[in-house]
Design a protein around this ligand. Structure first.
Ligand SMILES: NC(=O)c1ccc[n+]([C@@H]2O[C@H](COP(=O)([O-])OP(=O)(O)OC[C@H]3O[C@@H](n4cnc5c(N)ncnc54)[C@H](OP(=O)(O)O)[C@@H]3O)[C@@H](O)[C@H]2O)c1
Length: 321
């Protein structure tokens, strides 16, 4: 049985390893941060709400003290970094700030996400799920890559993209311009989610091709029904309660806890069994089991096209990659 306690520990005094994670203040991200902190990592939690992230950091520090197995093992460090994925200038600002604070990055976890929300456009004029789940992580990754590339300073760099089995919803070749802004939302919103997560996987696979020395993988954390990801449904007036009951029943049979939801990411982040040579472009699901992604997610052809589309779209908005 998988246990994060069996994964390697890095002493922050002798082997300082730095991680940036988007959205580490709740759900699966919270437990990912907890275990990285217990394993000695210096973790920057990128979040849009200072209060929520600082509260999470306090709670993580408390919890780590009670969970630490060996008090001789120093804990890592936790820092808040303000970033709103719905605003590309906030992403640029956060990345510039990160670079003033750190000169190296060992682990990048593109974790933050939203799921199946109604159609809307961000102020950068991207569909809201596309920008949160994909575009902003594309920008974050490109900005932080230079901090991962010097082998004399950074050993074993890793990038993990938190995708979903929901990437299968977009099972047909698509153009990145497709917005699926049709009714009923309850159906087409899943195409938008699937498109964003597929694009994210294609992009991370392309990073692996360009930088084969970096371990680049995608993860589906499992069905984790008690995170905030489902709050759009459970907060709907009247029918929200029905959704909540449905999610609880589904979770009872098929779900895992928020903490177990972090295990696949933790295995990809910490296990010394994974190497770029043998594991790049792989897709891992609950508990870090390997799984086949959709043929579109694997496609180098679509990955190259979608990369070019994204670079061009960012350039139209004054952002050079
Ligand atoms: N739960 C599941 O069953 C499941 C299944 C497959 C994949 N996933 C993926 O797992 C990842 C984590 O989800 P979760 O279940 O842990 O949900 P969650 O509790 O809602 O966590 C999502 C995190 O993303 C952050 N976030 C969302 N929009 C943001 C923005 N505009 N700027 C900055 N941060 C933002 C949230 O911050 P705020 O607190 O500020 O909103 C939160 O920290 C997501 O990518 C999701 O798609 C989850």
């Amino acid at each position: 049985m998988f246990s994060p306690d069996d994964l390697p520990y890095f002493d922050p005094h002798t082997k300082r390893r730095v991680c940036f994670i988007s959205g580490g203040n709740s759900g699966i991200g919270y437990y990912t941060v907890l275990h990285l902190y217990l394993h000695g990592y210096v973790v920057y939690l990128g979040g849009r709400n200072k209060n929520r992230v600082e509260t999470a950091i306090q709670s993580l520090k408390q919890e780590a003290l009670t969970r630490r197995k060996d008090p001789r093992q120093a804990l890592g460090e936790l820092y808040f970094l303000e970033i709103d994925l719905l605003n590309l200038s906030s992403v640029e600002k956060a990345m510039a700030e990160f670079k003033t604070r750190e000169k190296t990055l060992h682990l990048l976890i593109n974790n933050a996400g939203i799921m199946a929300v109604p159609f809307s456009l961000t102020k950068d004029n991207f569909e809201i799920q596309l920008q949160t789940n994909y575009i902003s992580h594309f920008l974050i990754t490109n900005r932080l890559l230079p901090l991962m590339l010097n082998p004399s300073l950074v050993q074993d760099p890793r990038i993990i993209y938190i995708s979903s089995v929901g990437h299968w919803f977009t099972f047909f070749p698509f153009k990145m311009d497709y917005q699926f802004n049709y009714r009923p939302n309850i159906i087409f919103t899943w195409f938008r989610y699937g498109l964003a997560k597929t694009a994210g996987m294609q992009f991370i696979n392309r990073v692996a091709k360009i930088h084969p020395q970096i371990l680049c993988v995608s993860v589906h954390p499992g069905f984790v029904m008690n995170t905030n990801l489902f709050s759009h449904f459970t907060r709907l007036p009247f029918i929200g309660l029905l959704f909540w009951v449905f999610f609880q029943i589904f979770g009872y049979f098929f779900g895992i806890s928020n903490e177990e939801g972090s295990y696949a990411t933790l295995k990809c982040a910490l296990s010394d069994e994974l190497t770029p040579q043998k594991d790049n472009e792989k897709f891992f699901v609950s508990y870090g089991k390997e799984h086949q992604p959709s043929y579109l997610a694997k496609s180098s052809y679509y990955a190259a096209n979608n990369w070019a589309w994204t670079v061009a779209e960012l350039e139209k908005r004054g952002i050079k990659i």
